[in-house]
Design a binder for this molecule. Structure first.
Ligand SMILES: *Cc1c(COP(=O)(O)O)cnc(C)c1O
Length: 369
């Protein structure tokens, strides 16, 4: 049996009629930007996460960068970022000229560990980026208390966490801004690039709309330096179709996760995801920690099962950040996780039979079969 990590082609097949029709509609309208499709996307996505404003952009990285620009984060500032996340979280900080300051993660939800924040704080710290790792909210109460105490902006990186909730409130309104990615592999994915920023702050929403379009709300009247971060109408139209499936598709991910947990509960070599009482996990990734990780990964590959590593190298050990002066040993939890984690296939396309096959092969590996 072949089990793909994420079968985007199968997903397209499922919704092909609607997708093809909506793309043709955009082509015929020739409104490739700034169109009703983009406005409809913004309206629906804000509603879905119960926030006031949505500013559609062209990637998650753009969403993070624009957010930090709107908050006037600049050279000389520091921003707290978890050591275990995708590179873009820190990269966006660097793009503003500010410096990312890494914080170790905790071994429960794999997000930023609030107990390490105090040690990373300096007089230059301006913001903190909470990443809702793998689809589960970070420890938001503790992060909020810390941010408020020290006058820091709390920015949410929701790239893994579309529709995840914290104390029943969707991610996206817990910070000053929240950044989403619609990279094809995300829980809500464009067929190309896409991103969005959510905020309840009217002033910031206005600033973000400017930054997205060369600092101009009115064409050719540039009030500040911005970027070309506009979302394409074709991607907005695709997202509008797929958004209607979001709740259904998220429920499938959650059901498959329940099945993995049931099937792997008697496998002592595997640590399953731990969900905090405060959280609804949306399982962008189903990440286990396991013994002999590399051996297991290779074995599953041989059995036709694709797996992933999120992420194999913590950010403080990336070559691009060598100049920041961190060492091996700087963030023991993130470093340990990078050696033990394994992302199993999970998506709205994976079948129960495939989950059973993957789980059985994992057990067969540890049984020495
Ligand atoms: C995917 C991702 C991003 C970047 O999103 P792009 O749309 O690829 O630019 C940022 N942060 C995290 C945690 C991500 O997983």
């Amino acid at each position: 049996m072949q089990v793909k990590f994420y079968d985007v082609a199968a997903q397209y097949k499922q919704i092909k009629t609607e997708i093809d029709a909506t793309i043709i509609e955009v082509l015929e309208s020739a409104a490739f930007y700034d169109s009703p499709a983009v406005s409809a996307f913004e309206h629906m996505f804000a509603q879905l996460h119960q926030t006031k404003h949505c500013i559609a952009v062209n990637s998650g990285t753009a969403a993070l960068h624009a957010s930090l620009m709107a908050l006037n984060i600049t050279a000389g500032d520091e921003v707290l970022v978890p050591a275990n996340t995708f590179f873009a979280t820190a990269e966006a900080v660097s793009l503003t000229g500010a410096t990312p300051v890494f914080v170790d993660c905790n071994a429960d939800d794999y997000g930023m560990d609030p107990t390490h924040l105090e040690g990373a704080l300096t007089a230059r710290t301006k913001a903190l980026i909470a990443v809702h790792m793998y689809g589960q909210a970070a420890q938001l109460d503790a992060l909020k208390v810390f941010s408020e105490k020290h006058g820091l902006y709390l920015v949410e990186d929701c790239a893994h966490a579309h529709l995840a909730t914290y104390k029943t409130i969707p991610v996206g309104s817990h910070g000053i801004t929240a950044c989403f990615s619609f990279f094809p592999g995300k829980n809500l994915g464009a067929y190309g690039e896409g991103g969005a920023i959510l905020t309840n702050d009217d002033g910031l929403a206005h600033e973000l709309a400017k930054i997205r379009q060369h600092g101009a709300i009115e064409k050719y009247h540039h009030e500040r330096i911005g970027h070309n971060y506009r979302m394409e109408s074709i991607q907005a139209a695709i997202l509008n179709v797929k958004m209607r499936y979001m709740e259904q598709w998220t429920a499938i991910r959650q059901q498959r996760a329940v099945l993995y947990k049931e099937l792997l509960s008697d496998c002592p070599q595997v640590i399953l995801p731990h969900i905090a009482d405060t959280n609804q996990h949306v399982y962008h990734l189903f990440v286990i920690r396991c013994l002999e990780r590399n051996g297991l990964k290779g074995y599953l590959q041989e059995k036709g099962i694709e797996t992933g590593l999120h992420y194999p190298i913590p950010l403080h050990l990336q070559k691009a950040y060598a100049s920041l002066g961190y060492n091996r040993g700087s963030f023991p939890v993130a470093e340990q996780l990078s050696k033990e984690i394994l992302s199993l296939p999970i998506s709205e396309q994976i079948t129960e039979e495939e989950v059973r096959y993957v789980s059985a092969r994992i057990k067969a590996f540890y049984a020495g079969e």
